[in-house]
Design a binder for this molecule. Structure first.
Ligand SMILES: Nc1ncnc2c1ncn2[C@@H]1O[C@H](COP(=O)(O)OP(=O)(O)O)[C@@H](O)[C@H]1O
Ligand SMILES: [Mg+2]
Length: 342
């Protein structure tokens, strides 16, 4: 007879021993059939947490990785429109906000085009990033100091989603305001935001390689997500990756760049495995996001309506982002952005 605890084979299944079933003081399962057995037997039979539960716990712990830099900013980028940059920023922001609570997460639309985050998150604030710059100009004209703006004053320009622990500074939603922000304006706003928020998510536009917007790539982001969709998307991603290699070098890209393979189309146009193999050796992680019925039409982003698979994909992506927090700040960040440590 096998000793308790030694592996035995039963009907093709590998049992690792009775401790698996009758745990004494071990971690109890909170999900799946393991939790049901625990509840039904009043805890007399308490199987170990299942593989999914163990993975969820690991991923959630990674999302909560302590930040070695304050602030730490992650940019969602691609030189192509409609590939899922905003979706990625909103979804990752939602996971980070929930799991890193009470540390607030700020999502910033740095793109000059019509902002979509307000629509996606069902929030409305008529004030945008441009209004904030305009107000900072007024303060300076009146002889004041823009770096003395308090968080209460800043709040008026933000939208808040308390249940997700997420705040948003939006791009304007009026078409006539869609000219690009200057590099200097972006720099001033980001410096102000860096003083008040530990975690920034920067949604970018398709102009990311232009001189003004590329400031985000070159001198703001501690970590960069490159969102890829379709074969030409993979080509664009390679262009962006080459730019990052030129600016930051191989080690930076390997540690701080994440490729997001987003299936915005359900026709399977992208050979995910081939793209994954191409990028994997060069970057910190390659994360797939499955095509999702809820995301397809655009509109309001409600994590509760995502398929289980997509929700898990976003959690894996947020975990990859979280692992980056352990790296500390990028040495390439514009020193003027870092708040003074008092
Ligand atoms: N994984 C996905 N599955 C289905 N539709 C998606 C997915 N990701 C994004 N979409 C949809 O694709 C469109 C473009 O996404 P968006 O995030 O606005 O792109 P970008 O910010 O790059 O322009 C939106 O309608 C969005 O809802
Ligand atoms: Mg967008």
């Amino acid at each position: 007879m096998p000793l308790p605890g030694s592996p035995v084979r039963k009907a093709g299944l590998e049992w690792t021993g009775r401790e698996e079933w009758l745990r004494q003081g071990g971690k109890r399962a909170r999900r799946g059939w393991q939790a049901s057995v625990h509840n039904l037997t009043g805890g007399r039979v308490s199987p170990s947490p299942g593989r999914l539960e163990v993975e969820l716990e690991r991923l959630e712990a990674e999302v909560r990785t302590a930040s070695m830099a304050r602030p730490f900013s992650t940019a969602s980028t691609s030189p192509k429109g409609g590939v899922g940059k905003t979706t990625t920023a909103v979804a990752v922001g939602t996971v980070l906000g929930r799991l890193r609570s009470p540390e607030p997460v700020l999502l910033v639309e740095t793109n000059p085009h019509l902002g979509t985050s307000q629509f996606r998150l069902r929030i409305s604030n008529p004030l945008s990033i441009y209004d904030l710059v305009g107000w900072m100009d007024e303060i300076v004209r009146a002889g004041g100091r823009e770096d003395a703006i308090s968080s209460n004053q800043l709040e008026g320009f933000l939208s808040s989603i308390p249940e997700r622990n997420l705040k948003v500074l939006s791009a304007p939603s009026e078409a006539h305001l869609r000219e690009a922000m200057t590099r200097e304006d972006l720099r001033r706003v980001l410096r102000l935001l860096c003083r008040h928020f530990p975690t920034l998510l920067l949604d970018t536009g398709t102009d990311i390689l232009q001189p003004s917007a590329s400031y985000v790539l070159e001198a703001v982001a501690d970590q960069i997500l490159i969102v890829v969709n379709g074969a030409d998307g993979a080509h664009h991603a390679r262009v962006l990756l080459n730019r990052l290699l030129q600016v930051h070098g191989v080690a930076w890209v390997q540690q701080r760049t994440i490729i997001v393979l987003n299936e915005v189309d359900d026709r399977g146009l992208l050979d995910m495995n081939a793209v994954r193999r191409t990028f994997e050796p060069h970057v910190a992680a390659v994360c797939g996001i499955a095509w999702d019925r809820h995301l397809q039409p655009g509109g309001q982003f409600d994590p509760a309506l995502l398929s289980e698979r997509t929700r898990m994909d976003f959690l894996r992506l947020a975990a990859a982002v979280g692992r980056g927090y352990a790296l500390g700040g990028s040495p390439r960040v514009d020193p003027w952005l870092r708040p003074r440590v008092s």
